[in-house]
Design a protein around this ligand. Structure first.
Ligand code: HSE
Length: 435
């Protein structure tokens, strides 16, 4: 084999970035892959004036690339779910290998796509779907293959991390920072995917599958975004020695798998608490290696293209004998486990609570009595200066608790909110020691 032909579907940020990396690094890539890798066909509605693709064939219809008998590997870089799924299945059923950066596609339709790939004896590679340029799929799937993976936790949405960092460092308001992130091109086409945690849940679903050898189960991931995080909470957390980060956490417990995305208080002493701006980081704890951490750019044209093209090289190396490729979900297909994914009420966590309460005798003891009745152990309590609020003197009571089942905490919060001296909802943020 002297040459492998690539078809790129989608010439947006990642598609054109991949085209550029394949061209710019073609000699290094050929030395690694063992043959020349050339882009022979591009599927895009339009090539922008600033994009230079030489005399590469261009089709407006991406399916023309999936049907092109010359193309060996199709890069699915159009994003979205439905069209991308049809395109990937078409390529796979045509006997072509596929590389994709599409986290939603893999998290939601991955089981079906991987089955089709196995039937057709082709590879579907997806390193770029999680944490952009960080080779975390390879690290977990191959580098940690000796381990029983106990848990992983990651900052896996750059936009969310950028927003929380700006709120923490500059006291900026959520909406202003989101607008800035959109202008800088970090956010998804639909930014609710970033701020409501959906993008992070897609990525966590994939990481959990390859860490624990379970099917992709996006619908079971608990997903909470950052829209309810206030500057007040960020500042109180900081005062107590914590940072609020939007984390995806997957943990293999005796009762089942925890799969959850939500704002989380983590000690400022943890390395991951200091991962700021649009950067991503994933911690993975293996029972042999202990804690490991992977850090880098989670988005952007060239970092994401770096992961796409690395997958191309991997596929080229095994395309003559795809059955010897690393299993798509890290574990052999007939050894995928049916360990249940736990509902959020079944998880155990420590909590940060902020309660708005009238400044009068007995309020604090009413609150702590409710927590005591629920066997919730308090780690710290602080009470902030009363501020004038609707003509009443209202103070903020901040409580950090030890670990307790979420269902018990929800019940206790309901009882605290029902106290006459307590106004509004209790602000509740999970805490994690990442140990
Ligand atoms: N919108 C995503 C992020 C892009 O902010 O991380 C990469 O998946």
């Amino acid at each position: 084999m002297d040459q492998v032909k690539i078809g790129i579907c989608g010439l947006g940020t990642v598609g054109y970035g991949s085209y550029l990396v394949l061209a710019e690094n073609k000699e290094e890539i050929a030395r690694r892959a063992g043959c020349e890798v050339v882009v022979s066909h591009i599927g895009t509605r339009s090539v922008k004036p600033e994009q230079e693709v030489g005399d590469t064939r261009v089709s407006a219809n991406v399916f023309a690339v999936a049907d092109d008998p010359e193309v060996d590997i199709v890069l699915e870089l159009i994003g979205g779910e439905d069209l991308a799924k049809d395109l990937v299945l078409r390529a796979v059923n045509n006997g072509k290998h596929v590389v994709t950066a599409n986290k939603a596609l893999i998290a939601v339709h991955g089981n079906e796509i991987f089955e089709a790939a196995a039937r057709n004896n082709v590879c579907v590679a997806y390193e770029a779907a999680v944490a952009g340029g960080i080779p975390v799929i390879k690290a977990v799937r191959e580098g940690m293959a000796a381990n029983r993976i106990e848990w992983l936790a990651g900052i896996i949405n750059g936009t969310g991390n950028f927003i929380l960092t700006e709120m923490c460092d500059k006291g900026s308001e959520f909406a202003d920072v989101l607008r800035q992130a959109q202008k800088l091109g970090y956010a998804e086409a639909d930014p609710t995917f970033d701020v409501e945690g959906i993008d992070a849940a897609h990525k966590l679903t994939i990481l959990a599958s390859i860490a624990f050898g379970i099917p992709l189960q996006f619908e079971k991931a608990y997903t909470e975004g950052i829209t309810q995080v206030t500057i007040e909470d960020i500042h109180y957390a900081k005062e107590l020695g914590y940072r609020i980060k939007h984390l995806g956490i997957a943990r293999n417990t005796d009762d089942g798998i925890e799969l959850r995305v939500h704002p989380t208080l983590i000690s400022e002493e943890k390395l991951i608490a200091n991962v700021d701006g649009v950067m991503n980081a994933v911690m993975v704890q293996g029972n042999a290696v202990g804690p490991t951490m992977y850090y880098g750019a989670g988005a952007g044209a060239l970092p994401t293209a770096s992961a796409v093209v690395a997958d191309v090289v991997d596929v080229v190396r095994v395309m003559d004998h795809p059955q010897s490729a690393v299993p798509t979900l890290a574990f052999q297909n007939d050894h995928i486990s049916d360990t249940p994914v736990l509902g959020i009420s079944e998880i155990e966590s420590a909590y940060y609570l902020r309660i708005a309460a009238e400044d009068k005798a007995g309020v604090l003891s009413d609150i702590t009595e409710i927590l005591g009745d629920h066997s919730i152990n308090i780690e710290a309590v602080i009470q902030k200066e009363p501020r004038d609020h609707d003509a009443q003197q209202v103070l903020s009571v901040i409580i950090l608790t030890h670990e307790i089942k979420e269902a018990v905490m929800i019940d206790a919060i309901g009882k605290i909110e029902a106290l006459e001296a307590v106004s509004g909802n209790v602000s509740r943020i999970r805490m994690d020691k990442l140990e």
